[in-house]
Design a protein. Structure first.
Length: 415
C-alpha cells in the first residue's frame, strides 16, 4: 500500500532534516509524531557551540521551496558571492562562486533556520512535536522506538508505525540497526578538529565584506568566516588535533596569541575576545559516516546525517539532508508500501551521498591549500570562461552548489 493520507509516521530528531521532513510528510496528509531530545527551541535558549551558521545552496533551497517555507527562510539568509581569500600579507582576492547572476550561496543561522522549520511544522494540523524525548533505540519485540522523557525519566514507546530517524551524526537508531546487524557502519574520523570564534562589528559595522565567505588558507589548516545578520562573523578554525600546528600545541593563552599573530594577523586584529573564546568554546570533531543498510523492512529508515554524516568542507551536509527529504517524498509517488519506499530511497541516495562524502573531503584540500596556488587560480579562471561560453560545461563545484538537477554522483565525474 502506498503511504496514504491519514497514516501515522514517527520522526526521531527535530533538527534540520527532521523538522523539514515533518512538514513535507504532513503536507502529504500523513500524521507525523516527532520526538526530539532537546528542549523546545521556541521556548528555551538554542544550543550553542556547534556550527552557528551554515552555507545554504541550491539543493537545500529546493527542499525548503517544496515545503513552502522558503519565503520565511530567505529573510534570514545573507548572500555570499564567492570566497574572499586572505593571504598571509593581508592582501585579499574574491574568487566568485558562480558565473551566472543568482549563483550565490547563503549564510544562515542554524538555530534561526531550525526554529523557523519547527514553527512551520507546528502550524500543520498533522504534526505533533514532543520535546525533551531521548530516543534510546528500537523498541524490543515490536515496531516503534524506545524513548526516555528527559524531565521525568519515564521510559515509553512511540506508536507502532513506520519511523524515520533523523537523529544526526551520532544516531542512536543507527547504533540500534548496527546492533541488530541490519546496518554496516564505517566511521572515518578526520584528524582535524574545529573551533568557532567571533569577529564582532567595528563601530557598529561588519568588520569584513559581508557578501563573501572569508578564508585564511594556510596549507595544512585554515580559518574561515561566514557573516551573520547581527553584523558579526562566525569564524571557524580547522586545525590538526596533534603534531606541528595543532590544537594540542594551543594549550595556553600565550600559545594561542602567538599562533594567531603568526598565521592569521589580519583576522587576529578583528578578534578582541580571541583567547577567552578559544578556551570557553568547545573543540568539535569531524568525520565521515558510511552506512549500508539504512532501513529495517518498512519499519525504520535512517535519513540525513544519521545515514551519511560528512565533513563540512563543501557546505553540503544540510543541503544533502534536505535533498534526502525531497527525494523521499518524490519516491512516495512511485513506490508501494513503506518497505519498497525505504529500499528505493537507499538504492537511489547512497551512490549520491557517497559521492558528496568524497567531494567534501577533497574540498578541504582545495580550501586550505589549492586556492593559494597560482596554477589552480589560472585553471579556475579558464573553467569559468568555458562555462560562460558553453552552458553545457558545468564544473564540479557549480554542479554541486547550483545545479540540483545534477545528482552528486554525476557531479563527481565533472572536474
Ligand atoms: C562545523 C560544521 C559546519 C557545517 N557547515 C555546513 C554548511 O555550511 N552547509 C551545510 O549544508 N551543512 C553544514 N554542516 C552539516 C550540517 O550541520 C548537517 O549535515 C545537518 O545538521 C544534518 O541535519 P540532520 O537533521 O540530519 O542532523 P542534525 O541537524 O544534527 O539534527 C539531529 C537532531 O536529532 C536530535 N537527536 C540526536 N540524538 C537524538 C536522540 N537519541 N533522540 C532524540 N533526538 C535526538 C538532535 O538534538 C538534533 O535536533 C556543518 C556541520 C558542522 C559540524
Amino acid at each position: 500500500m502506498t503511504p496514504a493520507a491519514g497514516q501515522g509516521v514517527t520522526v526521531v530528531g527535530a533538527g534540520l532534516a527532521g523538522s523539514l521532513l515533518a512538514i513535507l510528510l504532513a503536507r502529504r496528509g500523513l500524521r507525523v509524531s516527532v520526538y526530539e531530545r532537546r528542549a523546545d527551541p521556541r521556548r528555551a535558549d538554542a544550543d550553542s557551540g556547534r556550527s552557528i551558521n551554515l552555507a545554504l545552496a541550491a539543493r537545500g533551497i529546493r527542499g525548503l521551496q517544496l515545503a513552502g517555507v522558503l519565503d520565511r527562510v530567505m529573510p534570514l539568509a545573507i548572500p555570499m558571492r564567492g570566497r574572499m581569500v586572505h593571504e598571509h600579507d593581508g592582501s585579499t582576492e574574491l574568487q566568485v562562486y558562480g558565473v551566472r547572476p543568482g549563483e550565490v550561496i547563503y549564510s544562515v543561522s542554524r538555530a534561526a533556520l531550525n526554529r523557523v522549520l519547527i514553527e512551520a511544522a507546528a502550524e500543520l494540523p498533522g504534526v505533533e512535536l514532543h520535546f525533551g524525548q531521548l530516543c534510546l533505540g528500537l523498541a524490543h519485540e515490536r515496531a516503534g522506538f524506545e524513548l526516555r522523557d528527559e524531565a521525568t525519566g519515564r521510559i515509553h514507546h512511540s506508536p507502532a508505525q513506520p519511523g524515520i530517524a533523523t537523529d544526526g551524526a551520532g544516531s542512536a537508531v543507527r547504533d540500534a540497526l548496527l546492533a541488530r546487524e541490519i546496518a554496516i557502519v564505517r566511521e572515518e574520523p578526520l584528524d582535524h578538529d574545529y573551533k568557532e570564534l567571533t569577529i564582532p562589528p567595528v563601530d557598529g559595522r561588519p568588520a569584513l565584506e559581508v557578501n563573501a565567505l572569508h578564508i585564511w588558507p594556510r596549507g595544512g589548516f585554515m580559518l574561515i568566516a561566514l557573516p551573520n545578520l547581527d553584523h558579526t562573523f562566525t569564524a571557524t578554525l580547522f586545525l590538526a588535533r596533534e603534531g606541528a600546528n595543532s590544537f594540542a600545541q594551543l594549550g595556553t593563552p600565550a600559545a594561542v596569541e602567538e599562533f594567531f599573530r603568526r598565521e592569521f594577523p589580519s583576522a587576529r586584529a578583528l578578534m578582541p575576545d580571541l583567547t577567552r573564546e578559544f578556551f570557553e568554546h568547545p573543540q568539535g570533531s569531524l568525520g565521515t559516516v558510511y552506512t549500508r543498510g539504512w532501513h529495517l523492512d518498512g519499519e525504520v529508515l535512517l535519513l540525513g546525517d544519521a545515514a551519511h554524516a560528512i565533513v563540512p568542507f563543501h557546505g553540503q551536509g544540510m543541503n544533502c539532508a534536505f535533498e534526502d527529504c525531497a527525494e523521499l517524498v518524490r519516491l512516495m509517488d512511485e513506490h508501494h508500501g513503506w518497505a519498497g519506499l525505504f529500499e528505493a530511497f537507499e538504492h537511489e541516495r547512497r551512490p549520491n551521498t557517497d559521492a558528496i562524502a568524497q567531494m567534501a573531503l577533497e574540498n578541504y584540500r582545495e580550501m586550505r591549500e589549492a586556492v593559494l596556488d597560482p596554477e589552480y587560480r589560472r585553471k579556475k579562471k579558464e573553467a569559468e570562461e568555458r562555462e560562460k561560453r558553453d552552458p553545457n560545461v558545468i564544473p564540479r563545484y557549480s554542479a554541486v552548489m547550483f545545479h540540483p538537477e545534477i545528482p552528486y554522483a554525476a557531479a563527481l565525474r565533472n572536474r
